[in-house]
Each structure stands twice: as C-alpha cells, then as structure tokens.
Design a binder for this molecule. Structure first.
Ligand SMILES: Nc1ncnc2c1ncn2[C@@H]1O[C@H](COP(=O)(O)OP(=O)(O)OP(=O)(O)O)[C@@H](O)[C@H]1O
Ligand SMILES: [Mg+2]
Length: 248
C-alpha cells in the first residue's frame, strides 16, 4: 500500500508544483493518472521512491516513510520514465537489464537468471547483445520494462509509456502492462491517451494545477475530464466498457 499524506512540493524557484495531495494506492490496483501539461503528474510519481523529497507531507510504503529505506523503495517501486533514453545504463541490452539487480548485490547466477526471464517476458532475447541505443523506440520502452521486471518490483510506475510508439508498439507495451497487472503487480500509469488504458484501470486520478481534483472510478471520472483540459476518449457518448480499443 502506497499512501501520500498532505504532500506539498514547492521548488526553490517558488513554483508550487503539488499541494494538498492525499491518496492511497492499494496493492494490485491499476491507477491511471491524467492531467494537462504541467499539472504535476511526473513530479508526483517522483516522490513515490524518493527521487524527490516533499517540501511538506509524507509518502508511506506499507506504513513506512520511503525516505527511511530508499534502497527498499527503489527495489519495490520500478519506474519506466517518459524518456526511455535517459534510463539506459548498460553497454548491451542484457547488461542494461542486469544493472539494477547487480546493484542489489545479488549473485551473478541470480542476476543472469533474472535477466534471462525479463528478456523472454519482454520479447528481447534475440536483441540481448545489441547496443541499447540502436533499439527502436518501442524496443527501448520494452527494455526499460525488462529492467523493472529484473528488479522484481511489485509496483510499476510508467510515465507516458505510449509516447512516440506506433500502433504495433502501443499494442505490445499495453499487452505487457496488462499481463503484469494480471500477475499481481500494482500499476501506476501516467497518460494523455485515456482510451488506450482506461478499460483496464481500477482507478483514475485527475491532477489539475498541482492538486487532485478527482480520484475514483474511471467511468465516473471520465465524465469530469473535459473540465480539466483532458480529451474525453472517443467523444461524448461512449461507455468505458466499450473502450477495449485493442484486442490484446
Ligand atoms: N525542478 C523543478 N523546478 C521548478 N519547477 C519544476 C521543476 N520540476 C517541475 N517543475 C514544475 O512543476 C510543474 C509540474 O511539472 P510536471 O513535470 O509534474 O508536469 P506534468 O503533469 O508531468 O506535465 P507533462 O504532461 O507536460 O509531462 C510544472 O509547472 C513544472 O514546470
Ligand atoms: Mg510529465
């Protein structure tokens, strides 16, 4: 369980990026975070594993402040960032996936096993010796996911995972995300493309000017999105159940 209590983030230049944030995300949920550009989505999730420290308030992971054990928070909460290039750390695809588990101090045998499994699960086995920079955009996104899988994180945060992907790329990445959720992972996903994911989501958070203006059932939330400059999926009259945009 991830709990955010009275979170406020004011940056040194005086930007109030987040204010009054209170919410909890239970294990096994699939929460979508939506909001216009600059509404605070990325800043919010960066608090979940201590990449940013709150100006005020607390982030609790199973009741413990994340700052108390950052190593644990970073193992348990995996990130796939908006820009996958910034996450590449290894010389080869396999090396890149190994980076996290190796840092946990696991034995080489266990690291290799985890890397192998993560590459199979993300369909990257035949590219394991490639330079990560030579992968396509969709493959890089899958590489970032493989890194998270190899850490055996139980909470996976994805910031705009569909950006710059073509139809096939979106289908593949979405299929992996849905599979991970079915296997029991908690998914927290930031997106502007609600129609791609909302049918799979258990909750929707709408951020507006640094505050949560809605957190609840996606089919209820969707009625409010246009007030907050978020495009309503498929126009005005579609029901969320019919939004299985993809057959995955
Ligand atoms: N280090 C920083 N210093 C000052 N202001 C910042 C900093 N990082 C983010 N901000 C500001 O905080 C606000 C929220 O930024 P954030 O990146 O969370 O937006 P977002 O909702 O993720 O937007 P987008 O959809 O464009 O990715 C913005 O006004 C941004 O300019
Ligand atoms: Mg962002």
């Amino acid at each position: 369980m991830l709990e955010i209590k009275n979170l406020k983030q004011r940056f040194p230049d005086n930007t109030l990026a987040l204010n009054n944030i209170n919410c909890s995300i239970a294990d096994g949920e699939f929460v979508v975070i939506a909001g216009e550009n600059g509404s605070g989505k990325t800043v919010l999730v960066k608090h979940f594993n201590g990449l940013l420290s709150p100006t005020e308030g607390q982030i609790l992971l199973d009741g413990e402040p994340v700052g108390k054990n950052l190593g644990m928070a970073r193992q348990r909460i995996g990130f796939v960032f908006q820009n996958s290039d910034s996450q590449i750390l290894g010389q080869t695809v396999a090396d890149d996936v190994a980076f996290g588990p190796r840092n946990l101090g696991l034995s080489p045998e266990i690291v290799n096993k985890r890397v192998e499994t993560a590459l199979v699960e993300t369909g990257l086995t035949d590219k394991k010796d490639r330079l990560p920079y030579t992968l396509s955009g969709g493959e890089k996104r899958r590489l970032a996911l493989a890194g998270v899988l190899a850490m055996e994180s139980d909470i996976i945060v994805l910031d705009e995972p569909f950006i710059h992907l073509d139809y096939e790329g979106v289908k593949q990445v979405l299929a992996y995300i849905v599979t991970l959720h079915k296997k029991g992972k908690t998914i927290i996903l930031i997106t502007h493309d609600l129609e791609k994911v909302l049918a799979h989501a258990s909750g929707l958070i709408i951020l507006f000017k640094g505050e949560i203006v809605f957190y609840g059932n996606p089919s209820e939330g969707i009625e409010h999105v246009s007030h907050y400059n978020i495009r309503k999926p498929f126009g005005e009259n579609r029901k969320i159940e019919s939004m299985t945009w993809l057959t995955i």
